[in-house]
Write a protein that binds this ligand. Structure first.
Ligand SMILES: C[S@@+](CC[C@H](N)C(=O)[O-])C[C@H]1O[C@@H](n2cnc3c(N)ncnc32)[C@H](O)[C@@H]1O
Length: 395
């Protein structure tokens, strides 16, 4: 396989406020993978952990049919927003302007998800009026995705006081702190500015199928997918539920619903109720890692941490089994994975996932290593590596 551009997003892209999904990989990487696979014109590309929709965006630009699943409804909004054409952007701006005007006159306090954790009652009344006005005037997923993503980015900018060291985390307002009073004029200005910053897509690009779904139960037909290109969740302290708490609140999810969602996500730092033991089909190398965590002398290794690792590897096994079912014989699977550290234990995730995939019936074709960017607080100042692994489903 030819050299693939790095999956790491370029700084210029990261700075684009409207596309700030923490976990996104680069469009250039996805484009190189798709081109290298030499797929037939009618091929179907799937990203089971689609996040902000980089795979589905690039696939649709290259005129391939594509499907993107993600368990988190908040990120589907982002994936839709990135598909917007110039006419979609114009519609979004007109809708937003009208909705802001309406929201000044029609306020009534209505529960609006987890926003009560940061905003005062008057701000919530204003936000619920705004949301109702927007959703009354448009039901186009792309236009709404664009508006919702821009508004949530604007809201986030007014909540910088609640940021923490972990870039994916936003703490709640403490009982002694005053809740935030929303600056609605600023929100309108930022929202319109952000919509205008998007890169418009061609109006005739092929639209992907985007769904909020757990990949473990994809519902897709067996042998219906030509290629999977994806970056799965890792088992680190990145919590995708919390990373999108504002977007989830805007969708109306309260704290309990957000907690339930976090619990279901692969790689969650929360522990599910059922008692876990490792799936017995997991390869020896994974069992060895689980044993190293179980016998680690540090606090809660044997209890809490072991359970989160069990959950992660069991979920990954089931997800890859499902992908094996839906991929056509000799179809491709390209996964971008990073290694990480549990205390001083090196979690060589690329090698561990490779072993799982081989157990399930995939053959490795290529490995492209990259140096991953530095979230040092997660990795204890260790350098971590990112690897793009390419497999073929055995015939
Ligand atoms: C590393 S991110 C993917 C980022 C994506 N490549 C992009 O460019 O935005 C992994 C995604 O997996 C999703 N996820 C976690 N568990 C899932 C599950 N069981 N089924 C489907 N998606 C899941 C998370 O919500 C997160 O968006």
């Amino acid at each position: 396989m030819k050299t693939l551009r790095s999956p790491k997003q370029k700084p210029a892209n990261q700075a684009r406020k409207s596309l700030r999904y923490y976990a996104a990989y680069s469009e250039g990487f996805v484009e190189d993978v798709i081109r290298s696979l030499k797929l037939p014109k009618d091929a179907v590309i799937l990203d089971p952990w689609n996040g902000s929709g980089t795979t589905t965006l690039v696939a649709s630009r290259l005129k391939f049919n594509s499907i993107g699943f993600d368990l988190n409804p908040a990120v589907s909004q982002m994936a839709y927003s990135r598909l917007a054409s110039m006419p979609d952007m114009e519609k979004a701006i007109t809708t937003v302007k009208k909705a802001f005007i309406k929201s000044h006159s029609k306020q009534l306090y209505q529960y609006l998800g987890a926003f009560e954790k940061w905003f005062d009652e008057q701000s919530i009344s204003h936000l619920s009026a705004l949301r109702a006005a927007i959703h009354k005037s448009s039901n186009d997923s792309i236009v709404l995705g664009l508006i919702d993503t821009a508004i949530c980015t604007g809201l986030r900018e007014q909540l910088t006081a609640f940021k923490t060291k972990n870039p994916s985390w936003l703490r709640f307002c403490r009982s002694h702190e005053k809740k935030i009073s929303l600056d609605i004029a600023l929100l309108e200005e930022t929202t319109i500015g952000l919509i205008g910053q998007c890169t418009p897509q061609a109006s005739n690009s092929l639209k992907p199928l985007l769904q909020t779904k757990n990949i473990i139960e994809s519902g897709l037909q067996s042998a219906s997918v030509d290629a999977v290109i994806t970056s799965p969740p890792y088992c680190t302290r990145i919590d995708y539920g919390i990373a999108t708490v504002i977007e989830l609140a805007w969708l109306g999810l309260g704290i309990n619903a957000i907690q339930d969602l976090r619990l279901q996500m692969t790689g969650t730092p929360r522990v599910r109720k059922e008692t876990f033991s490792a799936n017995e089909n997991l390869p020896f190398s994974v069992k060895e890692l689980l044993e190293a965590i179980e016998t680690h002398p540090s606090k809660a290794s044997k209890s809490y941490y072991l359970k989160t690792y069990h959950q992660f590897f069991n979920d990954m096994y089931l997800s890859f089994e499902e992908l094996h079912r839906v991929i056509k014989p000799q179809g491709s699977l390209c996964v971008v994975v990073q290694d990480s550290f549990y205390k001083d234990v090196h979690v060589k995730l690329p090698a561990l996932l490779e072993a799982i995939l081989e157990t399930i019936g995939f053959e490795i074709l290529g490995k492209t290593p990259y140096i991953a960017g530095g979230l040092n607080f997660i990795h204890g100042n260790n350098t971590v590596n990112e690897v793009a692994l390419t497999f073929q489903k055995k015939a």
